[in-house]
Design a protein around this ligand. Structure first.
Ligand code: GH3
Ligand code: MG
Ligand code: MG
Ligand code: MG
Length: 297
């Protein structure tokens, strides 16, 4: 398991040294000596936890906390205030700003490392749950929820530059007959193998492969024009065929095949993400009508 990264923020180096000594054996540590520096560093390293001093010249800890909570990328990073200020008011204020815990100086190293360990563990579990909530368990591809989130985000982002977006829809041919012939468990394995083809064919980090429903899949390709998207789609179609999964009941082949629809358009402000899905689905329908095992774009 990767070591978690902790960002220590304190204007006094001696405090950083004490905290570092308590944690360095178990975690990757980075530190900042001002609020401004902390925010910059947090955006580049995306820490798993932040230990944040309250009293600092310039931006104080409360202000840093507020800024981090407003940042989409950093809002979920747990923050523990470490401060010489004690008293109910200071603690309540820190917690009400969204900090997860509050420890007062002088730091008790054993107590601090125990609290940090618990919060890191909670963060891992939360990250795992969040990942599960957007992942299809049979194939490991994104599920429909992440597909929708990604489409929403990408259409909004690409509309600002008027850039291209392509969506590919893939559907396994005569799959009901496949299940009828080989049984549902073999059908599940077939779905998983087709999914692995998608992951091989779609390579850019910004691309997304998703299970849209039963034996249907979707790929989102930001900044891909029609030629690029068609090439990916043909690659998928050819690779599925060359998996060579027997399908004796298919009316068109001895092997499992897929039909593919491609939708490509420039993103413009106000265009709904559903347009791409609808269009790709329509092209997929044309591909089925034209005989299956082909790409229509
Ligand atoms: P077409 O070529 O027109 O796409 O025909 P088809 O039989 O593939 O289309 P249809 O949509 O009628 O059937 C899809 C089948 O996929 C029906 C359903 O039993 C099966 N299916 C859906 N989800 C799963 C799944 O998770 N596992 C398995 N094994 N089968 C599934
Ligand atoms: Mg201080
Ligand atoms: Mg279908
Ligand atoms: Mg089908």
């Amino acid at each position: 398991m990767d070591r978690a990264t902790i960002l220590i923020v304190d204007d006094e180096i001696s405090n950083i040294e004490i905290i570092n000594a308590a944690l360095e054996d178990s975690y990757e540590i980075c530190f900042a000596t001002s609020g401004e520096e902390a925010i910059k560093l947090a955006r580049t390293v995306l820490p798993d936890l932040i230990l944040l001093d309250v009293l600092m010249p310039g931006m104080d800890g409360y202000e840093v906390c507020r800024t981090l909570k407003d940042d989409r990328l950093l809002a979920d990073v747990p923050i523990i205030f470490t401060t010489g200020l004690d008293g109910l008011d200071a603690e309540a204020r820190g917690l009400s700003l969204g900090a997860i815990d509050y420890v007062t100086k002088p730091i008790a190293p054993r107590l601090l490392s125990a609290r940090v360990r618990n919060h890191i563990e909670l963060k891992r579990l939360r990250d795992q749950l969040a990942e599960m909530a957007v992942t299809d368990s049979l194939t490991g591809l994104s599920n429909r929820r992440r597909l929708q989130q990604t489409l929403d985000a990408e259409t909004a982002r690409l509309a600002r530059s008027g850039d291209w977006l392509s969506v590919i829809m893939i559907d396994i041919d005569f799959f009901k007959l496949f299940n009828d012939t080989y049984g549902h468990p073999v059908g599940d394995r077939c779905i998983a193998m087709v999914a692995s083809v998608l992951n091989r064919a779609v390579r850019r980090a910004s691309d997304l492969t998703a299970r849209y429903g039963g034996e249907e899949f979707a790929c989102v390709l930001p900044e891909a024009e029609l030629d690029a998207a068609m090439a990916v789609a043909r690659d998928i179609q050819a690779q599925v065929r060359s998996l060579g999964i027997p399908h004796t009941a298919s009316a068109i082949s001895s092997y499992v095949t897929v039909s593919v629809g491609v939708a490509t358009a420039r993103c413009l402000p106000g265009m709904a993400p559903e347009l791409w899905i609808k269009q790709a689905d329509h092209q997929l329908y044309l591909s089925k009508s034209a005989g299956r095992d082909r790409v229509v774009g």
